[in-house]
Design a protein around this ligand. Structure first.
Ligand SMILES: [Zn+2]
Length: 113
């Protein structure tokens, strides 16, 4: 379950930010999650609750924002949105696609007190 290590990474960022900006509590943390990031949301929520204990983000609400998967189609020469990594191009049906976005996960912003 890589959700635990993802949350440990988030905790590190939260603690650095708390030190740098002098806040004590995070109320809401918004995470952007790419379609292909392989994150299981229930597992992530569970891991978030466990890992944030004792940190400024303990008890914070976790909001997850889905980012679409995007790929470059070599036949159309444009970027298209796809739901699955192996989907054909939705414009031309071609299979020569290079994923360009969708496996990222990052903190979008936080509401802090
Ligand atoms: Zn295409």
């Amino acid at each position: 379950m890589h959700e635990m290590s993802l949350c440990e990474g988030i905790r590190g960022i939260v603690e650095d930010q708390a030190r740098a900006h002098g806040f004590a509590t995070v109320r809401v943390l918004r995470l952007e999650i790419g379609r292909f990031a392989g994150v299981e949301k229930p597992a992530l929520e569970f891991a978030f609750d466990v890992v944030m204990r004792g940190s400024p983000a303990e008890g914070a609400r976790l909001e997850m924002i889905d980012l679409p998967g995007r790929a470059m189609c070599y036949d159309c020469a444009v970027e298209v949105e796809i739901d699955n990594r192996l989907d054909p191009c939705p414009r031309c049906g071609g299979g020569k696609l290079m994923p360009v976005a969708g496996d990222e996960m990052r903190i979008k912003d936080m509401e802090v007190v």
